[in-house]
Design a protein around this ligand. Structure first.
Ligand code: 6LW
Length: 512
């Protein structure tokens, strides 16, 4: 039976996976978004359902002042002795820590801080009871670049040994994202190299000792799409899992550049999570996918497929008093900036001084764009009375790259506006007087552009301009994240005197 890649479309990079019986759990990076480290469950490795976040409290995830694309980098999830562990780096301060939980949906513990520099920490529980912490060091120029390791006491996080340099990789730039495994008595060290862009790859080495010296796999890289014209690019940062029937699979990140003829590659959906089978050579080396390549459609082989894809409902009515897990805030949300209680059945945002142009915490509730072709709309009720007050929908990459259609008070009157910000270029492209307080705002996306419209509830749609997807891509904006669609409210430098209430928000993939 075939399955489709990516298995987690949209901005879900640096996947890490573990298996408990016939259940799989997967986590990804989350950067400046809150809550942090989404956790997913699957029974077949292909269909994933989000069951929570590992970091859902401010005491676990301080994003105050976090620069865009910093915050939570590559996590690792492991299960040992009835307990789940998720270890990661908050690069907003560059501190490594783990949290643990008895149930994957939480509650997760307070952070256990590690006296450990660098990024991409991983845990390996050996069968002799020792626990190894492996990570990436040297990228700040303070020590040789490569993979470091020490033994730790898992109850306290205390280091039990020196931190040792164990591998520099095969010569690619940015050796990082290590995971150590013991397979049939041999230690395998899997890493990413080449940087997370188009030169990305996965390499592996093995040894009789967890510290090496490591024998380098003659088939390296065991995954890369560099210098190919595959629709999947930048594959790397993998984690391996063995199924109950003894077959092996890899999850890894990759990107899908939108097809722009002759204009170079651009990807705006972020780095996504892919799945491919792992085969083993007769002399004990793994290979991912088809000779190191993955495809958009692959054979599920022995995976127990058959579950219907679990997708969140297209329309969120804000009726059940809780935000579904796919919603995120930007940094730690300001106290009182959002509520489902003030107007039951509506999401109410209280705009404050920070705007979408600030690297702060504006009132913002967003979800990832997961499909090139999709239609987003929301019904807003908002009575702005002072100049600067504004609420609406944004297509948001970061504070320097975003487009919005909004209801705003400008130059003494209420207007619908379309604004685009691309780096230091900034413009309100269109504005039109709008007297009522209720409005439907919409965005239609295809692989190359966003088209914006508005309507009075029940009224005719009016198309209100366009914006290129490529200007919100990583190739233009830089960084590690992908595009979000979000509801927001702001006073643009002052608190909003009125709230903005959203009755519903709809996200429909339109080409599946
Ligand atoms: C992550 C590193 C990487 O820590 O990108 O692609 C960094 N790999 O391993 C941020 O996602």
């Amino acid at each position: 039976m075939p399955y489709s890649n990516p298995v987690l479309p949209g901005f879900y990079p640096d996947p890490s996976i573990c298996r408990v019986g016939s259940d799989y759990y997967l986590v990804t990076s989350s950067f400046q978004f809150f809550p942090g480290v989404p956790i997913f469950h699957s029974r077949d490795l292909v269909h994933w359902r989000q069951i929570g976040h590992c970091l859902e409290r401010e005491s676990q995830l301080d994003l105050e002042g976090c620069k865009s694309s910093l915050g939570i980098f590559a996590p690792t999830i492991r299960h040992h002795d009835g307990r789940f562990y998720m270890v990661t780096t908050n690069t907003n301060g560059f501190r490594n820590f783990f949290v643990w939980a008895d149930k994957p949906e939480g509650p997760w513990s307070e952070p256990v801080w590690l006296d450990w520099p660098g990024i991409d920490p991983s845990l390996f529980f050996d069968d002799d009871g020792r626990v190894y912490l492996t990570g990436t060091g040297g990228f700040l120029g303070n020590e040789p670049l490569g993979i470091y390791q020490a033994e730790i006491e898992i109850d306290t996080g205390r280091l039990l040994s020196d931190r040792k340099f164990i591998w520099s990789g095969t010569g690619g730039k940015a050796p990082e994202g290590p995971h150590l495994y013991k397979i049939e008595g041999i230690y395998y060290l899997l890493i990413a190299e080449g940087g997370t862009e188009y030169g990305h790859m996965v390499t592996i080495a093995r040894s009789d000792s967890p510290y090496g010296p490591f024998e380098i796999c003659p088939g390296n890289p065991i995954l890369t799409h560099r210098s190919t014209d595959s629709p999947i690019q930048a594959t790397g940062h993998a984690d391996l899992v063995e199924t109950e029937d003894g077959s092996w699979w890899a999850v890894f990140l990759g990107i899908r550049p939108a097809p722009f003829m002759f204009r170079g590659l651009h990807h705006h959906l972020g780095r996504e999570t892919f799945l491919a089978p792992v085969s083993w050579s007769s002399d004990g080396w793994p290979m991912i996918g088809d000779a190191g390549k993955a495809a958009l459609t692959m054979d599920a082989e022995t995976l127990p497929l058959g579950q219907a894809a679990v997708r969140p409902p297209a329309k969120d009515d804000f009726e059940n008093g809780q935000l579904p897990f796919y919603w995120n805030f930007l940094r730690n949300p300001a106290e009182g900036s959002w509520t489902l209680d003030d107007r039951p059945g509506w999401l109410t945002l209280y705009g404050s001084a920070p705007s979408l142009d600030d690297a702060g915490a504006p009132a913002f509730v967003g979800r990832r764009q997961q499909h090139f072709d999709c239609a987003v709309s929301a019904k807003l009720s908002f009575d702005p009375v002072k100049d600067g007050e504004e609420a609406g929908l944004t297509v948001y990459r970061d504070e320097k790259f975003h487009y919005e259609i909004a209801l705003a008070h400008r130059n003494g009157t209420r207007k619908v506006i379309l604004r685009r910000r691309v780096g230091s270029l900034w413009k309100v492209e269109l504005e039109e007087d709008y007297d009522a307080s209720e409005i439907v705002l919409g965005i239609e996306a295809d692989a190359s552009r966003y088209s914006f419209y508005f309507a009075s509830p029940g009224g005719e749609r009016k198309t209100f301009g366009f914006g290129e997807c490529s200007f919100l891509s990583s190739e233009v904006a830089g960084g590690f994240t992908g595009v979000y669609f979000a509801m927001y409210a702001t006073g643009n430098g002052q608190p909003c005197s009125t709230s903005a209430a959203f009755d519903w928000f709809e996200y429909i993939p339109t080409n599946e």
